[in-house]
Design a binder for this molecule. Structure first.
Ligand SMILES: Cc1ncc(COP(=O)(O)O)c(C=O)c1O
Length: 417
């Protein structure tokens, strides 16, 4: 396993995973008369009770706007909100004042696109993206390219779902001004060697954007060690509420970039002659933020820290190995993505059965998997398929759930035969 982006952290073999699972109230529910088997954590993660309680507690006891009022509730809300920023910063080994809080990865990448790339890029420049990107790391660059005359270049993958690193390095030519790359693929599970890639890009003066949406929830991530320029992630996949996430950026970029959205909170002084903007990161946080959501995200960081990211990574690696072994025994089942360093995501197709039909039949058995294109059309075009099924695991899943999922899949396939 590739540990280049990880803190040195030990794995605790004695963890009681059943007790940890019990922290997630939703996992006890029934769906279609069957116990829920939630295998869609790459889409959004489930929330532990401590996160739900922290949001509830904020609205019951502390609700006020941040950074505006001097009254006690306002001070409490601001302290809790800024406290969440500090927790996230420590969790990812970055400075809190380099962390722009926003609604998630999509917003974070658009912020780089509109505040960094749009003013800087010009005709002839190239933005390099990989074949395995989520649309959130493709479409903003296409919009920027249309407006600046820059073009998009694609770093291709190999059939096993790993990046073609030689081709990628060869593609880092003088016209490339920006490289946007997933830390972990949401479809293939491939964990890219982002530290090495960012080092190569940096040597050539190319700015790097890493999409960490699928990495931060599943392994220890040390952004400082990766050496990128921008790192985007989303809170709802890491046990936090929806509508939360952040962009980490090097301070020199944040200082030089113009604001993306204007309004309250992001200013020091406004007159009709002009506006003096606030210091980063507040310069990029116009308007009332998702205060309760970020307080929940702070609680999610506490929770993940309590379990230990190294333990989570090890647990999910076991679940992935088990699921892969079971699925590989099914005749005519094809898995997309066999990277040696892989997150607990299995995309697959079963010969003779449509992905949506299987997903619908699995739902009748209480099994939640995703079917479709997973916001990654260019990747599915590479494999020449219209859709796949995707089972994505988290540390709260169990080996028994994997066995029940595989049994339900076999039954569903039998019904479609
Ligand atoms: C790799 C990747 N990038 C970006 C996103 C977009 O995240 P959000 O919708 O939270 O902005 C996702 C979510 O599915 C993802 O998996």
């Amino acid at each position: 396993m590739n540990h280049e982006t990880t803190h040195v952290a030990s794995v605790d073999a004695g963890i009681d995973w059943a007790r940890i699972r019990a922290d997630f109230p939703l996992l006890t529910r029934q769906v279609n008369g069957k116990p829920l088997i939630y295998l869609d954590s790459a889409n959004t993660g489930q929330k532990p009770a401590s996160v739900i309680q922290s949001v509830d507690d904020f609205y019951r006891r502390h609700n006020a706007n941040v950074s505006r009022a001097v009254h006690t509730l306002g001070t409490e809300a601001t302290e809790a909100y800024e406290g969440a920023r500090r927790k996230l910063a420590r969790f990812l080994n970055v400075r809190a004042d380099e962390l722009v809080l926003c609604s998630g990865t999509t917003f974070a990448i658009n912020l780089v696109a509109y505040s960094w790339a749009l003013p800087k890029l010009k005709a002839g420049d190239v933005i390099l993206v990989s074949r395995m990107e989520h649309h959130a790391n493709i479409v903003p660059w296409q919009l920027v390219a249309q407006r600046t005359g820059a073009s998009i270049r694609v770093a291709e993958i190999l059939p096993d779902g790993t990046l073609d690193l030689d081709a990628l390095h060869a593609a880092l030519t003088g016209e490339v001004k920006l490289l946007a790359i997933a830390h972990t693929s949401n479809v293939l599970g491939t964990v890219n060697p982002v530290r090495e890639i960012c080092r190569e890009a940096r040597r050539r003066g190319i700015v790097t954007v890493v999409d960490g949406s699928q990495a931060v929830p599943h392994r220890p991530v040390d952004i400082a060690a990766i050496g990128c320029d921008f790192y985007a992630f989303t809170g709802h996949k890491m046990c936090g509420p929806t509508g939360t996430g952040a962009l980490w950026a090097r301070r020199e970029h944040l200082q030089a970039m113009p604001p993306f959205i204007g309004g309250g909170e992001m200013i020091k002084e406004v007159s009709f002659d002009g506006t003096v903007f606030n210091d980063p990161p507040h310069k990029f946080e116009a308007g009332t933020p998702n205060i309760a959501g970020f307080i929940g995200l702070g609680a999610a960081v506490d929770y993940l820290d309590g379990v230990g990211m190294a333990n989570i990574e090890a647990r999910e690696a076991e679940l992935l190995a088990h699921a892969t072994e079971e699925l590989d025994r099914i005749d005519g089942l094809r898995i997309f993505g066999r990277a040696p360093d892989k997150a607990a995501v299995v995309s697959f197709l079963v010969e003779g059965a449509h992905a949506h039909d299987l997903a619908t039949l699995l739902d009748l058995e209480g099994v939640a998997v995703r079917s479709g294109q997973h916001c990654a059309h260019p990747l599915l075009q590479f494999y020449g398929v219209a859709a796949t099924l995707r089972a994505s695991f988290a540390f709260y899943n169990t080996h028994e759930e994997i066995e029940r999922f595989v049994a339900a899949l076999k039954k569903a396939r039998g019904l479609l035969a």
